[in-house]
Ligand binder design. Structure first.
Ligand code: PM9
Length: 471
């Protein structure tokens, strides 16, 4: 199969095959347990892939968060950890890397992305505020709500349609945003919550033209823009590939230009930056810096480590530099696309165009006979594990949670299963195995009936909810 597909891809693009700009120095054995073992493991996990033990998983596509393989330079960097409580030299390396590649003035380290989300939400949002953004993300929105805000989605409509091939489905709809500003008043909008790429839409990018226009609009109303920069390097790659005028610019330059239209950013460094733990909040304004630098000592740790060890900050500083290399990022997205093209060729419905970090299976279409309150995407993720030991993540009604005002399920238009590709971890052969497994589950789709939720935690239920199959 590999060679046939490979030939097809080569012919379509009129070029020879590419390969990753690295070779493997160390390996970690994996194995698939048998069908009876997988059935027992899935029952024990309450049909929630978050609750599986990793040793029961064969190919782990739960997330690209903290699952990257570090380079030899990063591992060497761990030995340079300066584990002083205050003023570690590794913090200054990290601060310099963020300033150099993202361009912001001040940097506050955090243990991971949600630590930074917590700080910015507590520092800027007041009860009754509105926070507009380009589609919700689970932890981001929850922190905004816990601070007293209401998130309002102002992404373009195309983002909610898995078949729409818009090249920048992460864009903000500026008319929707302007109408919202006029409705609630600019003084009730502490900032725009802009994500590049947009995770829940399928890893879809925001264009440079859109962020420039957003800047102009926000300047008119005196509103700040803060960026979720978690996968912003991947976003910069799409701009290089798709936006007029950027084909010859390095990804690093595009990243910095994009950030220059924003007032700061929060970061889960566990994704783009090729580390297993870490995050930061960065900004240009003194007032936010002062507040965040003070809050961080309550929730994360001193402002020169923020919950990270010195060695983690060193690995992160090196990871930032590696993540913006053009040949690396091309291969990274190329691998995701390879899997996407296999599935598309077999007629399996996925979100198009293929985004940055994952393939998103359209569970609503695959299980058209299962209503959304029977959790089609949760069901599909469970079936994939049962078939082949592959772990994926639900990104549908379970992830969307309940409306805090009505207590009802939120029913998102997108009911998806995410096959998330860790960075520098799996080979093309693994992608072939994944595609075959998805095909097998797809072929058996009519036999499946959905799930009942039998336990639901109060917050971020997708992590810990438990289910039982409907018989
Ligand atoms: N994203 C992911 O698998 C981690 C688990 S699901 C909550 O996609 C964005 C765009 C993210 C993200 C985490 C965070 C939070 C913020 N923004 O996980 O706290 O994709 O480092 O970052 C996950 P942390």
């Amino acid at each position: 199969m590999t060679s046939t597909v490979h030939r097809t891809m080569g012919q379509q693009s009129g070029r020879r095959s590419w390969a990753e700009p690295w070779k493997i120095k160390m390996v970690e054995p994996i194995k698939m347990i048998d069908r009876a073992g997988r059935e027992a493991a899935m029952r024990e996990a309450g049909y929630n892939t978050f609750l599986l033990r990793s040793e029961d998983v064969y190919i782990d596509l739960l997330t690209d968060s903290g699952t990257s393989a570090m380079s030899d330079r990063q591992w060497a960097g761990l030995m340079l950890g300066d584990e002083a409580y205050a003023g570690s030299r590794n913090f200054y390396r990290l601060e310099a890397a963020v300033q150099q590649y993202y361009g912001y003035k001040y940097v506050v380290p955090t243990h991971q992305g949600r630590g930074a989300e917590h700080l910015i939400s507590q520092a800027l949002i007041k009860a009754g505020d509105t926070v507009p953004g380009n589609m919700y993300f689970t932890t981001t929105r929850l922190h905004q709500e816990l601070a007293g805000g209401t998130f309002v989605d102002v992404i373009i409509d195309e983002a909610h349609d898995p078949h729409n091939e818009h090249p920048f489905k992460g864009n903000i709809d500026l008319d929707k945003l302007e109408a919202l500003i006029k409705q609630v008043g600019a003084d009730r909008i502490p900032y725009i919550s802009l994500a590049g790429t947009v995770n829940m839409a399928g890893g879809q990018p925001v264009s440079m033209a859109n962020v420039k226009a957003l800047r102009e609009l926000c300047d008119r109303f005196g509103i700040r823009i803060y960026l979720d920069a978690t996968r912003m390097v991947e976003n910069a790659f799409f701009i290089q590939e798709r936006e007029v005028g950027y084909a010859d610019k390095p990804v690093a330059a595009i990243l910095k230009e994009f950030c220059s239209y924003t007032d700061g950013a929060w970061m889960s460094a566990k994704k783009d930056s090729l580390v297993n733990i870490g995050g930061w909040l960065a900004m240009n304004h003194d007032d936010l810096f002062e507040k965040a630098r003070n809050l961080v000592v309550i929730y994360e740790g001193l402002h020169t480590y923020g919950g990270m060890a010195g060695r983690d900050m060193e690995a992160l500083a090196i990871g930032i530099e590696e993540s913006v290399q053009d040949d690396y990022i091309r291969a990274r997205i190329g691998q995701v696309r390879y899997l996407g093209e296999l599935l598309t060729d077999w007629g399996i419905p996925i979100v198009q165009p293929v985004g940055g970090h994952a393939i998103f299976l359209d569970a609503k279409e695959i299980y058209a006979h299962i209503s959304q309150d029977r959790f089609p995407a949760q069901t599909l993720a469970a079936q994939l594990y049962l078939d082949s030991g592959i772990r994926a993540m639900e990104r549908g009604v379970v992830s969307a949670g309940r409306d805090p005002k009505t207590g009802e399920h939120r029913y998102p238009k997108l009911e998806l299963v995410r096959l998330t590709i860790p960075r520098r971890v799996y080979t093309q052969a693994h992608m072939d195995v994944v595609a075959e497994a998805v095909k097998a589950v797809y072929d058996e789709r009519q036999r499946v009936k959905g799930l009942d939720m039998v336990y639901e935690p109060a917050y971020l239920r997708f992590f810990q909810a438990r289910f039982e199959p409907i018989s």
